[in-house]
Ligand binder design. Structure first.
Ligand code: XMP
Length: 498
């Protein structure tokens, strides 16, 4: 049992995910019946227990939107100005809440050439036309792909070929999303402008968004206004309080206080401040790896904890600072302690496979946070490039010299007094192309469903009960057993994930 592995462990050996294997259980249910929903914080439940890491090569709005659409959540990194980070949060919050509140507009003087440039850049082809050329101007018409398709002279003005206001069906400011959807369905158009009493454009509803709505039944949304959930990270320096204010104003749901060693007076003070000033926002503290560190942050008011130190794929903290803990041990001990207070734990870093995710959940974690697993997807920031014929994306530790130069240092140095000498705690590298999250997240979900089913566990919650009542059995794998558990004895093989 976990108690035998972790507590009655006379040699005080730290365990990693690879050191352990879960004993199979009885399968009395289908794989589709396995419930992988789990808690992120005291107040937030996710249908998919996945969190993307607040790193500048992992999570910006595109990643956060797609993570939330798939039932997880993204934490926007803070290696950018506070206003820019808040704008990233806004992009997530405004996404697919039905109404596009900042549609790109044209003026009647714009030309077909302007439309072609916008189309190329934005990959969509419908634009409302207002007298000011901006949102909030008087609605004069709309340009759709069809309106511009048959015109050859690129200097022709929009006013000459747009569908004019009198031929348009519009929704009125204050109409609910359901009402707007109904009008859109009846009008059989792709876009529905929303106007106020003064005929000014105040929003747009897109048919494509309604389709996205129905295609993402697991999407993580807040219950009040049905916007996607979004997280963001901050540091623990005094000016991070201003950053937190901007993030809260943008509607962020979770703030992650991002420190490599979270049990500090700086973080405790920050958590207390956040809970007192922005009670509507959940706060995740960390990182911690021991119950006593966890105790400090729970006492300060953290709604969730992030667990992991020096075990991420790009981390050199254990090598440089000699401090940290093997991840399976950290997850088990902190989760068990935090469970007494009803505080969920995020197992952060070191995840290399769906097996690792299943182990993290069975060791008591509510969710897993991933960096390298997600950095090679289409939704991660940055462009793909080729090296030796392999398609790659850049991925770097926030404690790498490169990321620290851009501001990542605050995760590792909390007091600003002594930063002349920079000590890297991470490296910079690349990861292979994984394609889109829209396929990768369902693959991860199905992988952990298979894992839980093999263990005879129907939900993350029952897994936790079995863990703590001693009914879930683990074995420690010898080095030979670990070798045996991987692919072996082949001359060569191909590994396709899905
Ligand atoms: P994975 O293994 O998923 O790990 O790539 C991501 C997690 O690693 C942490 N992180 C770092 N740790 N030096 C460190 O010691 C670094 O430069 C660094 N950058 C990120 C972080 O917790 C992240 O979620």
């Amino acid at each position: 049992t976990a108690t035998q592995v972790f507590v009655k462990n006379p040699a005080c050996v730290g365990m990693t995910y690879d050191d352990l294997i879960v004993m199979p259980g009885h399968i009395g249910f289908g794989v589709g019946d396995v419930d992988v929903s789990s808690m992120l914080t005291k107040n937030i439940k996710l249908e998919a227990p996945f969190v993307s890491s607040p790193m500048d090569t992992v999570t910006e709005h595109k990643m956060a939107i797609t993570m939330a659409l798939q039932g997880g959540i993204g934490i926007i990194h803070s290696n950018m100005g506070p206003e820019q980070q808040a704008a990233e949060v806004t992009r997530v919050k405004k996404y697919k809440n039905g109404f596009i509140l900042d549609p790109v507009c044209l003026s009647p003087e714009s030309t077909l050439k302007d439309i072609l440039i916008l189309k190329e850049k934005l990959k969509f082809s419908s634009f409302p036309v207002t007298d000011t050329g901006k949102m909030g101007g008087k609605l004069l018409g709309i340009i759709s792909g069809r309106d511009s398709a048959f015109i050859e002279d690129v200097s022709v003005k929009v006013s000459e070929f747009m569908t004019v206001r009198s031929d348009l069906t519009c929704a009125h400011e204050g109409d609910s999303l359901d009402e707007a959807n109904l009008i859109l369905k009846k009008s059989k158009k792709g876009k529905l402008p929303v106007v106020n009493d003064n005929e000014e454009l105040v929003g747009l509803v897109a048919r494509a968004d309604i389709q996205k709505n129905t295609e993402n039944p697991l999407a993580s949304k807040d219950s009040v206004n049905k916007q996607l959930l979004c997280g963001a990270s901050i540091g623990t320096r005094p000016d991070d309080k201003i950053r937190a204010g901007l993030l809260a104003a943008a509607g962020v749901n979770v703030i992650v206080v991002d420190s490599s060693q979270g049990d500090s007076l700086y973080q405790i003070e920050m958590i207390k401040y956040l809970k007192a000033t922005h009670p509507e926002v959940d706060v995740i503290g960390g990182n911690v790896v021991t119950p006593s560190q966890a105790h400090s942050l729970i006492k300060a008011g953290a709604d969730g904890l992030r667990v992991g130190m020096g075990i991420g794929s790009i981390c050199t903290t254990q090598e440089v600072c000699a401090v940290g803990r093997a991840q399976a041990s950290a997850v088990y001990h902190v989760s068990k302690y935090a469970a007494k207070f009803g505080i969920p734990v995020i197992a952060d870093g070191g995840i290399k496979s769906t097996g690792h995710i299943t182990k993290a959940l069975l060791l008591g974690a509510g969710c897993v946070m991933m960096g390298s697993m997600l950095a090679g997807t289409d939704e991660a920031p940055g462009e793909y490039f080729y090296q030796d014929g392999v398609r790659l994306k850049r991925y770097r530790g926030m404690g790498s010299i490169e990321a620290m130069k851009d501001g990542g240092e605050k995760r590792y140095v909390w007091d600003t007094a002594c930063t002349q000498v920079k000590v890297a705690q991470g490296v910079s590298g690349s990861v292979t192309d994984k394609g889109t999250l829209l396929r990768y997240i369902p693959y991860l979900m199905q992988g952990i469903r298979h894992g839980l089913q093999d263990a005879g566990i129907k939900s993350v919650t029952t897994g936790r009960e079995r863990l703590y009542n001693g009914k879930l059995r683990f074995e420690i794998r010898s080095p030979a057993a670990q070798k045996e558990g991987g692919v072996h004895g082949l001359h060569s093989y191909q590994k396709r994930l899905y």
